[in-house]
Design a binder for this molecule. Structure first.
Ligand SMILES: O=P(O)(O)O[C@@H]1C[C@H](O)[C@@H](CO)O1
Ligand SMILES: O=c1cc[nH]c(=O)[nH]1
Length: 372
């Protein structure tokens, strides 16, 4: 396991000073990161080259991080917690998994793509869809919920793809991500891409459009996530992987009749007042104020609103996961607040991000040509 502690400290449980030094370093690093222009340390090679590299490595995955002088550098999943290494056992309580009760490397070591979304049924349907798209054995209908022992989240695995539900809102996805990231770390997964496939409210774009997020912003249109830790507010960057967003956008060009765009996604703490809706149980602002707010959001580059992207971008970024957010819009918030789509249209809209991600994964696995 990659350690964030100096080698001399690894055998010890972190004491107060070690922990303070560690958190100070983390805070300084984060501040530097927020000030710095985003840049990737390692470049991804062009597809053909990647393909050769990955074949040489005996893996079908096309993307590897390539260090200078052509060395292939695997990208690990990091946890940034000095206490974890000293723990005899790690119980991932809300996933009903643990390091002593389950052989996590055997169960999950080959995971390369993790897709997350709010609804358990959607994530099960996505796993079944991927199973068919990857032409894996069987029809995938009997795919089992790995987290069946808990009703907090559900999780399905098909080949290198893990599909996990996260419920609604920042607190819910954040708990799931803590445990999921530890799971990927304990399972020694590397080169993992994680994508949130969700629903959202659009601003100034046609319902049914798919928005690929370049930057997740908060309710003040700022690219930041504020986490309260003890009684401090820690600000984290919400930058997402631009190259991944562009790759997804290029992939979307091959899907007919699904308008797709790249834009900022605003993440709120609430569906009603927090998103400027006039139809909640409480509302203390006028229609004019609502429209003024949403138009200002549009001018700041926001094209859709949902409830998880900032913490998702922040946590995945800190832990070394290539992350993307792809959400379909269910309505144009400049036009209405209520979602009045028929069941069938809702289902078809929800499948749009799934289709895009499935095509992307197949491309990454080098399976597209053989299958189309
Ligand atoms: O992934 P989903 O579709 O659950 O994401 C959005 C944001 C909230 O979780 C929820 C509100 O309806 O939908
Ligand atoms: O308007 C919407 C639709 C879906 N999800 C949201 O968070 N907002």
């Amino acid at each position: 396991m990659a350690s964030i502690l100096p080698a001399s400290n690894r055998s010890m449980r972190p004491d107060k000073n070690t922990y303070e030094r560690y958190t100070q370093t983390q805070a300084q690093a984060q501040t530097r990161k927020l000030k710095r222009k985003p840049r990737s340390v390692w470049r991804w090679r062009h597809s053909a080259e990647r393909c050769l590299l990955s074949r040489a490595c005996g893996t079908r995955l096309l993307k590897h991080t390539v260090a200078p002088r052509g060395r292939i550098r695997k990208r690990s999943v990091y946890v940034k917690n000095p206490y974890l290494e000293g723990m005899d056992e790690d119980i991932l309580y809300h996933l009903d998994l643990g390091t002593k009760t389950h052989n996590l490397p055997a169960m999950f070591g080959d995971v390369k793509f993790v897709c997350v979304g709010g609804s358990p049924n959607r994530m099960k349907a996505f796993a079944q869809f991927m199973h068919k798209e990857l032409r894996l054995e069987g029809d995938g209908e009997d795919i089992e919920d790995i987290c069946a022992g808990t009703d907090r989240y559900c999780m399905f695995k098909t080949g290198p793809v893990l599909s996990v539900s996260h419920g609604m809102g920042i607190p819910s996805i954040s708990i799931m991500l803590h445990e999921l990231i530890k799971l990927l770390h304990h399972a020694r997964c590397c080169d993992v891409t994680i994508i949130r496939i969700g629903t959202s409210g659009g601003i100034g774009i046609a319902p049914g459009s798919v928005v690929i997020t370049d930057t997740a912003v908060d309710s003040f249109f700022k690219p930041r996530f504020e986490q309260v830790i003890l009684d401090n507010v820690v600000t984290r960057s919400t930058e997402l992987d631009k190259e991944l967003a562009n790759d997804l956008f290029n992939c979307s060009r091959e899907i007919p009749n699904v308008p797709t765009l790249i834009g900022h996604t605003m993440c709120t703490y609430d569906f009603y007042e927090g998103q400027g809706r006039l139809d909640g149980a409480l509302c203390s602002f006028s229609r004019e104020k609502k429209l003024d707010y949403l138009k200002r959001a549009y001018r700041a580059g926001v094209r859709n609103i949902e409830m998880e992207s900032t913490v998702f971008a922040a946590m995945c970024g800190l832990c070394g996961l290539r992350a993307a957010v792809v959400c379909v819009t269910l309505l144009d918030r400049l036009e209405s607040d209520q979602i009045n789509l028929s069941h069938d249209v809702l289902l078809e809209y929800q499948q749009r991000p799934q289709l895009l991600i499935s095509n992307f994964i197949k491309k990454q696995l080098g399976l597209c040509d053989q299958m189309s």
